[in-house]
Design a protein around this ligand. Structure first.
Ligand SMILES: Nc1ncnc2c1ncn2[C@@H]1O[C@H](COP(=O)(O)OP(=O)(O)OP(=O)(O)O)[C@@H](O)[C@H]1O
Ligand SMILES: [Mg+2]
Length: 250
């Protein structure tokens, strides 16, 4: 199962992905989180002490090259990595959750991280999963990178929205782009919800029902400020997380 998360900046993508990673350990034997944000933040959110220890995208390209029998000029068509097959030096592990950080991508003249995105796209589309493995992809905010096909090969896209017009508008753009690249399932997840009005506002803006909602929660703010792992709060939000689990498992 490959799940990606998207949404406007700061709506809670990384927070919800970290909570979900923890919750999915109940259902899946192996959970791999891929941090594809150029300003990666997942390691801190998971409570990993030395996030800089992981080897990021630049070296992953080397690894993929090794594995694909790459010769100059030929793209990485032969990559078929399985999760258990990916070398440990590209992973951090915390409480049974594996994390791969793509890292700060060096952008070229036009500010496009195309080569790296190509590698990511290939990795995601070719990553072989067993039924008991889940891959969660945390992405940067916005919509531009989606057009580059970063989410191709994803089974289910979660689009996080907070109760604001701008967040809902971004969510609609993301939905459209995800439909264009034929993501099989797209769900809206409400975050920082304080009232039933927030839900009805979002559902009418999106013209869709929210899969589930997370409340505006002081515990989340405090965990972030203290630098404690957000995963310790997963049981508090078990109901919402189970709804996502049920939906992605279908
Ligand atoms: N439900 C919530 N209640 C209170 N605070 C929250 C909630 N969800 C997220 N936050 C806080 O909002 C901030 C942004 O959250 P987070 O980093 O998960 O968003 P993001 O969408 O991943 O941001 P970015 O676009 O920068 O990657 C964090 O400080 C987080 O602790
Ligand atoms: Mg984030």
């Amino acid at each position: 199962m490959k799940i990606a998360i998207s949404g406007k900046g700061g709506v809670g993508k990384t927070t919800i992905m970290a909570l979900l990673a923890h919750h999915l350990k109940k259902t899946f034997k192996e959970v791999l989180v891929i941090d594809a944000d150029p300003s990666p933040h997942m390691a801190q959110t998971l409570g990993i002490e030395d996030p800089e220890k992981v080897t990021a995208i630049a070296d992953m390209k080397e690894m993929l090259r090794e594995r694909s029998g790459y010769t100059d000029g030929s793209p990485f068509y032969n990559i078929n990595p399985a999760i258990d097959d990916l070398p440990g030096r590209f992973m951090l592990e915390k409480d049974g959750i594996k994390l791969m950080v793509l890292g700060a991508i060096q952008t070229g003249n036009k500010g496009c991280a195309c080569a790296e995105n190509t590698v990511l796209k290939r990795l995601l589309t070719k990553l072989l999963l067993k039924a008991d493995q889940a891959v969660l992809l945390d992405m940067e905010a916005g919509v531009e990178h989606l057009g580059r096909g970063t989410i191709a090969g994803v089974d289910h896209l979660l689009v996080v929205v907070i109760p604001s017009k701008s967040s809902a508008r971004t969510a609609l753009k993301i939905q459209k782009l995800a439909q264009d690249v034929s993501i099989p399932k797209i769900s809206f997840v409400g975050n920082s919800i304080s009232s039933p009005d927030d839900v009805s506002f979002l559902e009418s803006m999106l013209n869709a029902t929210l899969l589930t909602t997370f409340p505006d929660a002081q515990e989340i703010r405090l965990a972030e400020r203290r630098g404690t792992a957000i995963t310790t709060l997963a049981s508090t939000f078990a109901e919402a997380l189970q709804k996502i689990t049920d939906a992605v498992g279908q």
